[in-house]
Ligand binder design. Structure first.
Ligand SMILES: *Cc1c(COP(=O)(O)O)cnc(C)c1O
Length: 449
């Protein structure tokens, strides 16, 4: 039997991030400022440091990772690539299944890959405080830890439903020195406006982003940080795919199909973009983003310019969107409750270079439990989406006899999501099929450009 895990030495942590914008025949569409003109660096400088704005707009293929960031990456990277032998046996599939274990970071997910460089560049720029939003608490934890690593204060607006469901994610952020409030809050005008509309709202990532952006824009010492969607975040995550390519070389194998869960799109892009470069060079590999059927931006959303947040404070981006005021059902994969998608990812889906599928909530937990019972690690509810899709592919291979190589990203562990697993075990979870009318309605709320 081949190895269980394929491990790279610290010296193989990538030295550069891979920028897909360098490798396109047709450039990505411009981001638009409120006046409808392409956004400039000046439009972004109120809330981001120059180094990150440069990365946001860069078309350089390789961007060097600063040494102090690589030093912290060494605490857990390179992450292992696992061959899921026991999962394969349980499914009785002729397919080979591999997964990259991004749950091994301090915060428990892929998110520190970007939180650390964001904190580092902000520190370099002289800012002393970071604001952010968090859904499930994974990003808030990551930026809290990163703030601690580089000596910055951190203020987290946490989506209300997660604030209530995940008290230990809050404790984690406090342990790393961050302040956490439930969003919408009465600390910002955007939050107060949402509370006036519906005092009992469960909140959403879009609302929390509005609050964090407003807070950062109103204070010179503060920057806003975002855990997904933006080009520089996707860029930072490409260390996952770069490591995986080296690991598959060591294993003497190569994936036929790659799955990753997709909320804003950062872990998917982090895995997929380096493989997309391989694909452009002639390799055959299928790349599939997996999203919740209750929040199906890539599979059922509109391809249009829209805001990244509920209040419309961010620039407008060309992406697949359900409308910036869409409030996703309170599914337990909080990190996937976002109305839009990373514009880079959306535009590659639109160009047919990347595929997307949607899966229901209950089958994702079923898949997560099968994974936990075979491979041991209890996955984050977000990761369960990729596992569902990988298991479905492996079962199709069982039918057809194909010996495909399936690879998925285990984006995080679920140690702070056991409440959600309990609800699954007691039969209290629901699926939320989204009526077409809800999707049509969003069209009317898209900004005119
Ligand atoms: C945040 C999160 C996601 C979704 O975010 P992306 O930006 O789409 O990667 C997926 N899995 C986990 C564990 C997360 O914390």
């Amino acid at each position: 039997m081949s190895d269980y895990k394929i491990i790279l030495p610290e010296s193989e942590i990538p030295t550069h991030w891979y920028n897909i914008a360098a490798d396109l025949d047709e450039p990505f569409a411009a981001v638009l400022a409120p006046n409808g003109q392409p956004a400039t660096a000046d439009d972004l400088s109120a809330i981001f440091p120059d180094a990150l704005i440069e990365q946001e707009m860069s078309t350089e293929r390789w961007i060097e990772i600063p040494d102090p960031v690589r030093e912290v990456y060494k605490l857990w990277r390179p992450t292992p690539l696992f061959r899921a032998h026991r999962l394969e046996q349980r499914l009785g599939t002729p397919a080979k299944i591999y997964y990259k274990n991004e749950s091994s970071s301090a915060a428990g997910s892929h998110k520190p890959n970007s939180a650390l460089p964001q904190a580092y560049y902000n520190k370099q720029s002289g800012r002393t405080r970071l604001t952010t939003e968090t859904g499930a608490g994974q990003w808030g934890s990551s930026i809290a830890w990163a703030g601690q690593m580089f000596g910055l204060e951190v203020m987290v607006y946490m989506v209300k439903v997660s604030y209530d469901q995940k008290p230990f994610r809050r404790s984690m952020m406090h342990t790393w020195g961050a302040e956490v409030v439930a969003s919408p809050s009465d600390l910002t005008a955007a939050g107060r406006a949402q509370l006036a509309i519906n005092p009992d709202t469960s909140g959403s990532l879009g609302m929390a982003i509005s609050e964090a952006v407003e807070d950062a824009a109103s204070r010179a010492d503060s920057s806003y940080t975002l855990g997904s969607v933006l080009n520089h975040v996707l860029l930072h995550q490409t260390i996952i795919g770069q490591e995986a390519i080296k690991q598959f070389e060591l294993a003497g194998d190569y994936p036929d199909v790659i799955f990753a869960p997709c909320g804003g799109g950062s872990n998917f892009a982090g895995v997929a973009f380096p493989f997309l470069a391989d694909k452009a060079a002639g390799k055959s590999v299928e790349l599939v983003a997996v999203e919740p059927s209750s929040c199906p931006s890539l599979t059922r959303g509109h391809f249009a310019y829209d805001f990244g947040d509920t209040a419309g404070l961010t620039p407008m981006m060309l992406m697949y969107t359900l409308g910036h005021d869409f409030v996703p059902p309170g599914i337990h994969a909080g990190g996937l409750r976002y109305h839009g998608t990373a514009p880079q990812l959306a535009q590659l889906v639109e160009r047919d270079l990347i595929k997307a599928v949607a899966v229901d909530q209950i089958p994702t937990f079923e898949a997560g439990v099968i994974f936990a019972q075979t491979e041991g690690i209890i996955p984050a509810p977000e990761s369960n989406h990729a596992i569902r899709a990988a298991i479905d592919e492996a079962l199709r291979c069982k039918e057809s006899g194909e010996e495909k190589t399936i690879f998925f990203n285990l984006s995080g562990h679920g140690h702070f999501d056991m409440f959600s697993y309990d609800r699954y075990f007691s039969g209290e979870l629901e699926d939320y099929p989204l009526p077409q009318s809800a999707i049509d309605e969003a069209l009317e709320h898209l900004p005119k450009t």
